[in-house]
Write a protein that binds this ligand. Structure first.
Ligand code: NAG
Ligand code: NAG
Length: 204
């Protein structure tokens, strides 16, 4: 078994390139805050959690594009998104330092950084919905559309919770997010998710 010291050496070697330009800041303040969960961490955890599920949606073909195949995957995604809404709402009334903590908890997030984290989630999920829409045809489409739209609704609820929590603290967040998600907005329009289309200011 490797001792902690030798593991540390291996890790140092493996990440030499990274550590060489990111000098670690070892103040006690950083360590104390290093485990704060703000909006950025919640969203980025959601992105990690839904990634394998979006891969499953990307792999759906015309042959297995059915309600039976899609429902468990969609339910899992919705549960993760709804859980995140609960987490975000728990941040209401918390100190600004907590709400706006970076993913590693060590600093405060900027509008641009948070917009990127949110946009990454939107792009991932909406692209997966778009992939299913692409292979769904004919009568399947009428069965599949409400399932996909339910994910759109859950995404809208999460975005609403995030914006209502941080828009006072970080001006221009929604505009910054919109600037990063252009490609996938067609999916929102196609699914006609009322909450999301109005939030994103899409004209139908
Ligand atoms: C975060 O802080 C809590 C409470 O102080 C502690 O119980 C937990 O182990 C910490 N987690 C990490 C990953 O440091
Ligand atoms: C759907 O079919 C494709 C192609 O056979 C396969 O790769 C994919 O895993 C299937 N998806 C599910 C959820 O069964």
């Amino acid at each position: 078994m490797l001792s902690f010291k030798s593991i540390a050496v291996v890790v140092t070697l493996a990440f030499g390139a990274i550590t060489s330009f990111a000098a670690p800041v070892e103040s006690s303040l950083v360590r104390k805050d290093a485990n704060v969960t703000g909006v950025a961490k919640i969203i980025s955890d959601v992105t990690v959690a839904v990634t394998p599920l979006t891969v499953q949606l990307q792999q759906i073909t015309a042959d297995n594009c059915t309600a039976d195949t899609l429902t468990p995957v969609i339910n899992d995604i919705n549960n993760i998104l709804n859980g995140a809404v609960t987490e975000v709402n728990k941040l209401v009334g918390q100190p600004v330092q907590t709400i706006l903590a970076t993913v590693d908890g060590a600093a405060q997030i900027t509008v641009g950084e948070l917009a990127q984290i949110i946009a990454a989630l939107l792009n991932l999920v909406l692209a997966a919905l778009g992939a299913v829409l692409k292979v769904a045809s004919g009568d399947v489409l009428s069965v599949v559309t409400p399932l996909l739209a339910s994910v759109g609704t859950a995404v809208g609820a999460l975005l609403t919770a995030v914006l209502s929590l941080v828009s006072q603290l970080l001006g221009g967040l929604l505009a910054a997010v919109l600037g990063l998600v252009g490609d996938v907005l067609g999916v929102v329009t196609q699914l006609n998710v009322a909450g999301l289309t109005s939030l994103l200011g899409l004209n139908l």
